[in-house]
Design a protein around this ligand. Structure first.
Ligand code: FAD
Length: 511
């Protein structure tokens, strides 16, 4: 009776066409069979991502209840399956080029593992959190705040998973000071491409630890990460300053991110920047007072390109009385016009979760689930002035296309760990430039053509892609540069059958 019931529920999950597929017959023999889904909705969700540009149909979606379910699947693919198939962990599918997809293999829907954050304290680490690889950063934030602590390094958007951002780097305006999220991990549990569960840390399985961080999902599936925490502030002074001169803009940004290195007491918590064009969607203007809108529109019309430094200083009850003075000290002598400094005072969570507000507006307007031909770059400091001329002025400005958002802000190289897989330019300071395009379903190719022109400019300029997307091995070799050999060796060691994250197109060009 129980057996019949089990068979019946399997049949509801697996459609008749699928049941004829021999891979499915094999998968049905596994103790995780009832967690495999092939209904059109599950397959449909797993075959698209935030980019809405690439589409790959998996054979099935695994919704694990425990990390062991994933280990069973990977071990089966590695050792027992006579039918080779690949496997991709999927956080929320916030990639834009199919990086979490898999053709005819199995997508592991990590979010089905549910919420798991434990906050602890030790003499050597202070406060830290053990969090599931599937967890959203917003949930990590909510849980840690209950203990008066929070992660120190963030992404702009908090509805990304820990495993997904640690597979890239995880950057935002805090990176200049605390390093990317991958620099704030003490330890991880990982299921390798052989199906083994390993704990790794800088002194335990260090090769695995370093390769997984920024490793684009190639070496293992992160099921737990131990994250560094610091005291959580209560509020943020949030400031934007406008520039029409690019050199003044970058000089000031670089001054701001070097204060802590120069031993100055007053240091910002967050430094970012944006490019404003008349043709940007005018969502940027909402930060500023409504009364200033006409003046800002005439300024951007006059100069065509405006640059905006965005900073924040966090504070709590103890620092409330000094925060304004500290901020004044930090911002004095900057070169923006004094009439172009705008300030807000907001709650800490509201500040960190600021992109969610924009998301809700776009969702309401039906503009969230549209193609996103994004391009993210790391530009060495020595090339940033040329980038302004060669890309912002000579490519972006000349095209008659509306861009949603262009981010530009610097980071300090010494906050990154070169042993990790993430690739950054070889200079003390480098910039991230993010073209966060939204397009219609018919015209994303135009943005792609612009991206190609930008990438052409980037060739031979030491500029690297962040959230990289390449289709040929030689492009990947060039991307990784001196790190390529190690990357390949690590792949051979931890995922010798090349089962994991084929959607990155690094080792599985014909997935
Ligand atoms: P997915 O897209 O699902 O997966 C990404 C890759 O990681 C895939 O190859 C997948 O197989 C692999 N992967 C997923 N989970 C695991 C795991 N547990 N173990 C091993 N591999 C895994 N990035 C920033 O750095 N800073 C930002 O400020 C930022 N803002 C963003 C804002 C928006 C609106 C969006 C859509 C993206 C943003 N990103 C940002 C990019 C984001 O970091 C990437 O999309 C990242 O991949 C996280 O998304 P995800 O958790 O949905 O992962």
């Amino acid at each position: 009776m129980a057996q019949n019931h089990q068979m019946a529920s399997r049949c509801m999950l697996l459609s008749p066409e699928r049941l004829t597929n021999s891979l499915y017959h094999k998968l049905l023999s596994l103790p995780i069979a009832d967690k495999l889904h092939v209904d059109p909705e599950s397959i449909g969700e797993a075959s698209v991502d935030f980019g809405l540009i690439v589409r790959e149909i998996p054979a099935a979606v695994l919704r694990p209840s425990h990390p062991e379910d994933i280990a069973i699947l990977v071990a089966f693919a590695y050792s027992k399956s006579s039918i080779p198939f690949t496997i991709s962990a999927r956080g929320c599918g916030h990639s834009v080029r199919g990086q979490a997809m898999v053709r005819d293999g199995v997508v592991v829907d990590m979010t089905s593992l549910g919420n798991k954050t434990t906050v602890s304290w030790s003499q050597s680490l202070g406060h830290y959190a053990d969090v599931g690889g599937q967890q959203l950063w917003i949930d990590v934030l909510e849980e840690t705040l209950k203990h008066g602590v929070a992660p120190v390094s963030w992404t702009d958007y908090l509805y990304l998973t820990v495993g997904g951002t640690l597979s890239n780097a995880g950057i935002s305006g805090e990176t200049f000071r605390y390093g990317p999220q991958i620099s704030n991990v003490y330890e991880m549990d990982v299921i390798t491409g052989t199906g083994h569960f390993l704990t790794c840390a800088p002194h335990e399985n260090p090769e695995l630890f370093h390769s997984v961080l920024g490793g684009l999902g190639q070496f293992g599936i992160i099921t737990r990460a131990r994250i560094a925490l610091g005291p959580s502030p209560k509020r943020a002074k949030w400031v934007q300053m406008l520039y029409s001169d690019f050199s003044a803009f970058t000089t000031d940004q670089e001054r701001l991110i070097s204060r802590h290195r120069r031993g100055q007491d007053e240091v910002l918590d967050y430094v970012e920047g944006q490019l404003f064009m008349r043709r940007n969607s005018d969502s940027w203007i909402s930060f500023f007072s409504f009364l200033d809108h006409p003046r800002l529109m005439s300024l951007v019309t006059e100069h065509e390109l405006l640059y905006c430094i965005e900073v924040a200083k966090f504070y709590d009850e103890c620092t409330q009385s000094t925060v304004d003075k500290d901020l004044e000290k930090i911002l004095k002598d900057l070169s923006h016009g004094p009439e172009f400094l705008y300030q807000k005072d907001v709650g800490y969570v509201d500040f960190l979760n600021r992109v969610r507000v924009g998301e809700m507006v776009l969702r309401e307007q039906g503009l969230w689930n549209v193609p996103h031909p994004w391009l993210n770059l790391f530009v060495p400091k020595s090339r940033i002035a040329d980038f302004n001329t060669g890309v912002f002025k000579n490519i972006v400005l000349k095209k008659n296309m509306t861009t949603e958002l262009v981010l530009i802000y610097p980071m300090n190289n010494d906050k990154w760990d070169d042993r990790m897989s993430a690739v950054i330019p070889d200079e003390d300071v480098f910039y991230t430039v993010g073209f966060l395009h939204s397009s219609g379903f018919e015209d994303w190719q135009e943005f792609d053509l612009q991206n190609k022109e930008v990438l052409h400019f980037c060739e031979d300029n030491g500029i690297k892609q962040y959230l990289p997307n390449y289709s040929t091995e030689s492009d990947w070799i060039q991307h990784f540069g001196p790190k390529w050999r190690k990357f390949e060796e690590n792949k051979a060691q931890f995922d010798p059958k090349m089962l994991l994250s084929p959607g990155q197109n690094i080792f599985n060009h014909n997935q």
